[in-house]
Design a protein around this ligand. Structure first.
Ligand code: SF4
Length: 443
């Protein structure tokens, strides 16, 4: 029996090792699958191509989520498994080899080809890892072929990026040199801002995974210190640790406070003095503090409820509580990796309800009862909750918007103020329409 049984809606389960207590949910999920990560990964890695081995459903998901223009030459596609493949009547491997050969002949610019597994490819057990090895032998040194799973079975959508980056780690060259490696897909301008800040601290060789050119992989070894820019990269971090790297514990670079702590953790691990770090970050920190002031006026004292969706929930909740003065009702996360979240959990306010996993109906009941000022949730829940009068924020938008670092702290805050402003305007308009036209002033 799960610790929070369906028949007993009473208090959250707690464990003595939990700080703060964590409510564990094991019910129905309502999340996108890991294929979704291709939407931002294909933009980041300009020499990569993502070939989904899946069904028409997978193709439709990608088509509608990414909104690809028909004349564009996209860097992802779906190799559709037809009924005869699913029934085991055709050799899917032969067909896959033909599709890859045709694709690479037509697209010599592709230097890394990812074969992306899906629910259908896993159900019929196509061994994409072996297919990637076979195809790599055929197409290297021009194109490297790798495989990972974007399947939607018991996953959440950010796991696609984790699986993709983890597939790159065995390909990274070895080094003994001491260096800093930032992991997590960042918009180019954010990556440039972080690279400039680390360079100002004397860390000119800071590397990023994924890099813009996926073929040119950074080196890794016992001297590598890994700074996670996204909290959902447990498999990638583990693969890097297996290569000898050390993953640093730090809050994530959201808001002025998180960004400062994150930069300090990376720079101190490479021996930069605290004074040097303070001098390098001072201008950006001051700009962020100034830019955040007006958002704080709009958000302070308002309540927020996070449904589990992106795995960004805990760092974002910490930012909203500590820097924006918001009140956390519940912070749900699909998975709670305690080691990678330790620095964040230490900063959460006392008494916050954390929940791990999903039981969407029960979480909806709690959100409806609490009537938060703002609900952060997946696309599927947002419209019904809006119809019930709750202001919502789509969590997926937070994954591919530039929200990291000092320069985007205010953009991050604005993503939360916007739904409240929109709802206030709607309420005002409704109020006006029920009252009818203003009476004419008597002459
Ligand atoms: S991978 Fe699975 S969940 Fe994702 S679109 Fe394909 S069938 Fe649906």
């Amino acid at each position: 029996m799960t610790p929070f049984d369906r028949a007993d809606p009473a208090p959250p389960a707690t464990g003595c090792a939990d700080t703060p207590p964590v409510l564990r949910e094991r019910g129905q999920h309502a999340v996108f699958c890991g294929l979704t990560g291709i939407i931002w990964l294909h933009r980041k890695m300009r020499d990569a191509f993502f070939l989904i081995v899946g069904s028409r459903t997978c193709a439709h998901l990608m088509q509608s989520a990414a909104g690809v223009m028909i004349f564009a030459e996209p860097r992802f596609a779906t190799a559709i498994l037809e009924e005869q493949d699913l029934a085991g009547l055709a050799d899917a491997n032969d067909e896959l080899d033909r599709v890859v050969d045709r694709l690479l002949a037509r697209r010599p610019d592709v230097k890394t080809l990812f074969l992306v597994g899906s629910c259908p490819s896993e159900v019929i057990k196509i061994d994409l890892a072996r297919a990637a090895q076979r195809l790599s032998r055929r197409h290297l040194p021009t194109t490297r072929v790798l495989a990972y799973s974007g399947s939607g079975i018991e996953t959440t959508f950010t796991e696609g990026e984790d699986a993709c980056l983890a597939s790159l780690v065995p390909e990274m060259p070895a080094t003994k040199a001491g260096s800093l490696l930032v992991i997590g897909s960042l918009p180019d301008m954010v990556e440039d801002q972080f690279a400039r800040l680390f360079a100002a601290m004397g860390l000119e060789d800071t590397a990023f995974l994924p890099a813009r050119e996926a073929f040119a992989l950074p080196a890794v070894g016992p001297g590598t210190r890994v700074l996670m820019a996204q909290p959902f990269l447990a498999a990638t971090a583990k693969a890097l640790e297996d290569r000898g790297a050390v993953v640093l514990s730090a809050p994530y670079p959201f808001g002025a406070e998180g960004t400062e702590a994150w930069l300090r953790a990376g720079a101190e691990a490479l021996g930069v003095s605290p004074d040097h770090i303070t001098a390098a970050i001072a201008p950006g920190k001051a700009r962020a503090a100034k830019a955040l002031a007006s958002a704080r006026e709009k958000l302070a004292g308002r309540s927020v409820f996070f449904f589990p969706d992106s795995q960004l929930e805990i760092p974002l909740a910490r930012f909203l509580a500590r820097e924006m003065g918001m009140r956390l009702i519940e912070v749900g996360t699909p998975y709670l990796h305690r080691r990678h979240m330790a620095a964040e959990m230490a900063l959460l306010p006392d008494g916050v309800t954390l929940s791990e996993g999903q039981d969407v109906d029960r979480q909806l009941d709690r959100a409806r009862a609490a009537r938060p000022d703002l609900t952060v949730c997946g696309l599927g829940l947002a419209n019904p909750l809006e119809a019930e009068g709750l202001a919502t924020k789509w969590s997926i938008e937070l994954v591919f918007s530039p929200i990291h670092g000092f320069e985007h702290a205010a953009d991050l805050a604005e993503l939360f103020t916007r739904p409240l402003t929109r709802r206030a305007l709607l309420a005002h308009a409704q109020d006006q329409s029920t009252r009818g036209p203003e009476p004419c002033a008597s002459s």
